[in-house]
Design a protein around this ligand. Structure first.
Ligand code: FE2
Ligand code: FE2
Length: 290
């Protein structure tokens, strides 16, 4: 298993952002905005799940996985901080985040589960983020005429999701999580993720006054089902998760490595992979400031 560098993104999120920051396209903007709205609460859940899972490991397993757990927590903590800053702009634009409230209500109903079930849920969401990340890195030209600061934010986040995609899955397996439960959680997560994403996107489009426009429908069709469409190109990778012998490692991370190598000026290294002693400990509860 590899180690993960924690990076602080060097983009300006103070200066106001254009309302339709993604190609002046209401649909693409609404969908990316919806995803971002889910991240602060979702990624906090992933961090908490990984911390809970780490505590359940044997000392030998902890020794083996500590560096990767530290790196995962550092990366996700940085993502949620950056997306929370971005989400403040969305709030100022009048968008209302209902997704995060639904997630918080559901999480309240999931109290008292064993740690491996939290990891099963997290691994399922991480599969979604990993296949979205691979698609985004491969189709990065779709963001060419978007606000450059946000193009960098999405590609940096995608690269790191691709880097750490194994962690929750490996922790789930180390805790004895089985295939049947992994699939059960994946079915539920798939249902909730798709419906939550659709609901928040529709709500964002409604706020933008673009919900019932033909051009919005055309853009949605192109973006989701067109030649480079998100659903069309990720469906096969989504299905792979059902295989009994599935492991996230099967997904290539060349594109993530290339983006990180080509964009070193866009971030500062907070904790390098070989210098993990400087990173927060899973037990410390520390978060990394973006
Ligand atoms: Fe993330
Ligand atoms: Fe992640």
């Amino acid at each position: 298993m590899g180690h993960f560098t924690v990076r602080r993104l060097l983009i300006d999120l103070e200066t106001p952002l254009p309302r339709r920051w993604c190609r002046n396209d209401p649909f693409m903007t609404a969908l990316f905005n919806a995803l971002s709205m889910s991240f602060p609460v979702g990624e906090q859940f992933f961090i908490d799940s990984v911390r809970a899972g780490f505590r359940e490991l044997t000392p030998e397993q902890q020794l083996k996985m500590k560096d990767d757990v530290d790196g995962f927590i550092g990366q996700e903590a940085t993502h949620r901080r950056i997306h929370a800053l971005f989400n403040q702009h969305l709030e100022k634009q009048g968008l209302v985040n209902t997704w995060s409230h639904r997630v918080m209500r559901r999480l309240a109903g999931l109290k008292d589960l064993e740690a491996r079930h939290y990891l099963g849920i997290t691994a399922a969401y991480e599969h979604f983020t990993a296949i979205f990340a691979d698609w985004m890195l491969a189709q990065h030209h779709l963001l060419d005429s978007c606000e450059p600061r946000l193009k960098t934010m999405w590609l940096w986040h995608s690269a790191e999701e691709s880097e750490h995609k194994n962690l929750a899955f490996d922790l789930y397996q180390a805790l004895g999580g089985n295939h049947a439960w992994r699939i059960r959680w994946f079915r539920r997560v798939s249902f909730f993720f798709m419906t939550d994403l659709a609901r928040q996107t529709v709500r964002n489009l409604h706020s933008d006054g673009a919900l019932w426009k033909l051009s919005t429908l055309q853009s949605a069709w192109r973006f989701l089902l067109g030649r480079e469409g998100l659903i069309r190109l990720t469906y096969g990778a989504w299905r792979q998760y059902y295989r009994e012998d599935f492991h996230p490692d099967a997904q290539d991370i060349t594109l993530a490595r290339r983006w990180l190598a080509d964009n070193v000026s866009q971030f500062a290294v907070v904790a390098a992979a070989d210098d993990r002693q400087a990173a927060p400990s899973p037990e410390s509860g520390a978060t990394v400031t973006a």
